[in-house]
Design a protein around this ligand. Sequence first.
Ligand SMILES: [Zn+2]
Length: 316
Amino acid sequence: MKISKIFARLIFTVLILSPSSCFCEWKIESADLRRAIQNNTKPPEKLMPSHELPPRTNDDGVIRRVKLPEGVKAVAVTFDMCELDTTTTGCDMAVMNLLRERGIPATLFMGGKWMRTHSRRVKEIMTEGGLFEIGNHNWSHGNCALLSEEGLKAQILWTQAEYELLREESGVDDIPEVPTLFRLPYGRNNDRALRVIAGLGLRVIQWDVAAEAGDNSDIKRAKRNAKKVAAMTKPGSILLFHANLVPKGTVNLLREVVNILDGEGYEFVKVSELLTMGEAETVRDGYFSRPGDNHALDKKFGTDGTGRKARFTGKP
Ligand SMILES: [Zn+2]
């Protein structure tokens, strides 16, 4: 046998047998695209989770970042995966594959209705619980500053119940029984919302770096934006991205941001881990980049953020 043939066979064997070859890409399908799956406005099959979290006696405010001990360089990348009552969005498998390929742990804040739309993908994601943790992002993006107390409770509990249902169906038992972290749609809250969320046992996680600014489909633009994102990032930062194909070109931006932060010696951790590494820095009123910059969104997405004209009451 020719040397080159032996060499080729050797490479082939190494690729097939080596453990690093077990990354297998999740194939992007048309059902992953935005609005590809028909909208379903019905309440979830199960309205209440069977697992109840112990109430948190104090609300912890809105966590924007974590103050880490001197010299510790860790950040958390987070992704919102959400849709309104009135439409469906996508599941950004290119983002998911990039995170898996690079072994970057991430926290995924999923809307309950979005989980039902993309249930097959959620169950796949659940099988990689070592890399991904799932947080609660309300049922249909209800605005926590505008919902009634009953409406807010239903938005949260329906989502916990949907997660439980999919966890059961996935057959995975090494992930938490229900999410313990919560992300505010539109970053909006008030004191009552913080009390209700804490009463249901969840901690509110926001971000100090809103990463996506406009369209990142163009690689050059994504590279420029990534430099700005990296410049805003500090040890203990929580970065906000989306993985629902609503902002365009997120995967390009993410790749560049990860490359820069990796080069600067940052370690990527899930939010739950970041919280154990230092002291949470909080505010009372969530915002994107400056206090009050999200209040204008109150009037844009229906009566209470869900896209509907009628109030969301939580009564099926
Ligand atoms: Zn969202």
